[in-house]
Design a protein around this ligand. Structure first.
Ligand SMILES: Cc1cc2nc3c(=O)[nH]c(=O)nc-3n(C[C@H](O)[C@H](O)[C@H](O)COP(=O)(O)OP(=O)(O)OC[C@H]3O[C@@H](n4cnc5c(N)ncnc54)[C@H](O)[C@@H]3O)c2cc1C
Length: 456
């Protein structure tokens, strides 16, 4: 616990300083609903200079400070016990753009970025499944989606960042300018700086999407077709869902793939699906606008909010598996996963990404040509501490078995990690990351909730 500070000492800002109990309670909560670390103040910056002033204030006194985007990380990653939370959603402008880039404030949510780029006929190359996450929040972890097999992580689509380092300095960085900071901030879990603005590369957007859900009776058949379609790049979007079947203990494997197109063109269904071995009787196809497809979680979110489970604990875990191990690991994990381990609104995701598309040094993935994102997105019952504890233990067990086989974890889940485990996680990138942390946040005040450098 850091020393208390008088919030009256906080520097004068253009933005707001909030110390009322509801603001502190909200900042002590997140999507996971398990960890609660109460800050002493929440700051809603109006400018990057506000961010710099707050970080400088915190660094001078050794006070922890965490940027918070939409607070959708599940395990206290955006919290700061006794410190200051920077609510970045107050810095959310999307700037009028020209050419094939867009400049956005880091607190902007991806749906807002998309709303600004689509009228220009352009889109970010990679979007997460859920668009209410902030640009800064996903760039802090990587940002993976169904287009990653072709375009990498969101951190690979960023060309420049404005960053307030842990000493309160505002620095612009890119692959050419301050590349060490650029590499330490992308997927850097907020450890070396607060991103205030990002420049994102765009690509032409199509008007429409045709999406197929193709069901397989066996894991082997599903994996073979996923390898095939990602290998030849025939779809614009590829993900996969594993659904509990009847009787209990059986699973259905659903390849979730989409093609983007603009009229009068249309996807050639025979060329796309003709050589795949899914069950034709259960195949589903849906035609929507491109935007409706990307915003596909909106209806589900509304339902889960209405029914309550949106607000229940979410002991999520996501790992990356090496290609050679995927079948065994997934089969074993599914055999050990009961409907209760997943929760009523839980989901299992599995899809491959081409390794050569992933170029962010701190996004740690196995070294095989294909890497598989495998996620157990669990929902626990409320008011039942034993449920999340059991699920977290399951996450730890999965992570341990995956690491032993050369896999890695995606650090956006509910998974306790010790400093040595973090060092192991970053592997060959650790030394560079550690020295970037020492240089850019010598007082070690930034993003304590991640616990990377032992501050949790
Ligand atoms: C419903 C749902 C769907 C999801 N889908 C996907 C998906 O498809 N693909 C995927 O990759 N991930 C997905 N995630 C995970 C998500 O990308 C991460 O948890 C992400 O970090 C959350 O973003 P946020 O804006 O809520 O950030 P927060 O949870 O607020 O913050 C996350 C971390 O980033 C740091 N941070 C936040 N803003 C900044 C900033 N401006 N500068 C520096 N550090 C910052 C915080 O301090 C914290 O450590 C999903 C999560 C949910 C809840």
């Amino acid at each position: 616990m850091p020393d208390l500070f008088a919030t009256t000492e906080l520097p004068g800002l253009d933005g707001e300083i909030r110390t009322a109990e509801p603001d502190l309670a909200a900042a002590a909560q997140d999507w996971g609903r398990l960890v609660q670390a109460r800050p002493q103040a929440v700051v809603r910056p109006a400018t990057p200079a506000d961010v710099a002033a707050v970080v400088r204030f915190a660094a001078d006194r050794g006070i922890p400070v965490a940027a918070r985007g939409s607070g959708h990380s599940p395990f206290g990653q955006s919290q700061a016990e006794g410190g200051i939370v920077l609510d970045m959603t107050s810095l959310a402008r999307v700037y009028p753009g020209a050419g094939d880039e867009v400049v956005v404030d880091a607190g902007a949510r991806w749906h807002r970025v998309l709303r600004a780029t689509l009228p220009r006929g352009l889109t970010p190359p990679v979007l997460t499944d859920y668009l209410e996450l902030t640009v800064g929040g996903t760039l802090a972890v990587g940002g993976i989606g169904g287009a990653s097999h072709e375009h990498g992580a969101q951190t690979d689509t960023v060309t420049a960042l404005d960053v307030v380092t842990g000493t309160g300095e505002l620095v612009r960085c890119s692959a050419e300018r301050e590349p060490e900071l650029f590499d330490a901030v992308r997927a850097g879990l907020g450890q070396c700086g607060v991103i205030t603005r990002a420049t994102i590369r765009l690509r032409p957007a199509r008007q429409r999407t045709r999406r197929w859900k193709l069901s397989y009776a066996t894991l082997a058949g599903f994996l073979a077709d996923q390898r095939r379609v990602v290998g030849d790049g025939r779809f614009d979007y590829v993900e996969g869902q594993l659904l509990p079947g009847e009787p209990t203990g059986t699973w259905r494997y659903v390849l979730d793939a989409a093609s983007f197109y603009s009229l009068p063109d249309a996807p050639d269904e025979q060329a796309l699906l003709g050589d795949l071995s899914f069950d034709p009787d259960t195949a589903e196809a849906e035609d929507t606008t491109y935007h409706e497809f990307l915003d596909r979680m909106a209806d589900g979110e509304a339902e889960l909010r209405a029914e309550g489970s949106w607000f229940h604990p979410h002991p999520w875990v996501t790992v990356f598996l090496p290609d050679g191990e995927v079948e065994t690991v997934v089969a074993e994990a599914l055999a050990a996963t009961t409907p209760d381990d997943l929760g009523a609104s839980g989901l299992v995701l599995l899809y491959p990404v081409r390794r050569d598309r992933l170029a962010t040094p701190l996004l740690r993935v196995p070294s095989t040509e294909l890497v598989w994102l495998f996620a157990l997105l669990r929902t626990a019952r409320p008011y039942d501490p034993a449920g999340p504890a059991r699920m977290v233990a399951g996450n730890t067990e999965l992570a341990e078995s995956v690491r032993a086989l050369g896999g890695t974890v995606y650090p956006a889940g509910m998974l306790p990690m010790s400093p040595p485990q973090w060092e192991d996680h970053f592997g060959e990138a650790w030394k560079t990351f550690e020295s970037a942390r020492q240089r850019h946040d010598p007082r070690g005040v930034l993003a304590p909730g991640q616990g990377v450098f032992g501050s949790r």
